[in-house]
Design a protein. Structure first.
Length: 149
């Protein structure tokens, strides 16, 4: 009985806690605040719009414009005031800093890399395959792994 009660409590905590961290839903440009609409229009000139997403993370609302530029993905994240807070764009592996290229080469075949820029900080999210297994790693510009998935 105690184990069953613990499992039920854990399930409830996980189910309700998941909503506190991040959630997202597809929306249209017209459903964004005016300041965000204006910022999106300014920052996506020359891009193909793929879609828009409203994200809720840690009690804050963000708006993402999912785009393609020259065949590569480029996602722009804005706060509710229209301030660009993050750019995530697909990049060619041969354009990476040498340290990142070297570090990724030890992890297997690079399938996809995205440069993520928040302010002046750039990190790299890479999908790699080794021995038939795919994994993701986030690295700083010096090739240090920050996170593995």
């Amino acid at each position: 009985m105690t184990n069953r009660m613990f499992a039920l409590t854990a399930a409830v905590v996980l189910a309700t806690g998941a909503g506190l961290f991040a959630s997202e839903k597809k929306i249209q440009l017209k459903n964004m605040p005016a300041a965000v609409q204006k910022a999106v229009e300014e920052h996506t000139k020359g891009s193909t719009i793929v879609g828009y997403v409203e994200e809720h993370e840690d009690g804050k609302v963000f708006y993402e414009a999912e785009t393609k530029v020259s065949g590569r993905t480029r996602d722009l994240l804005f706060d509710a005031n229209g301030v660009l807070v993050e750019v995530e764009e697909e990049v060619a592996a041969d354009t990476l800093p040498a340290a990142v290229k070297t570090a990724l080469s030890t992890r297997g075949k690079v399938l996809k890399v995205e440069a993520v820029t928040k302010g002046s900080i750039v990190t790299y999210e890479a999908e790699v395959e080794k021995n038939g297994k795919k994994s993701e790693v986030v690295m700083d510009a010096r090739g240090n792994a920050i996170e593995r998935r």
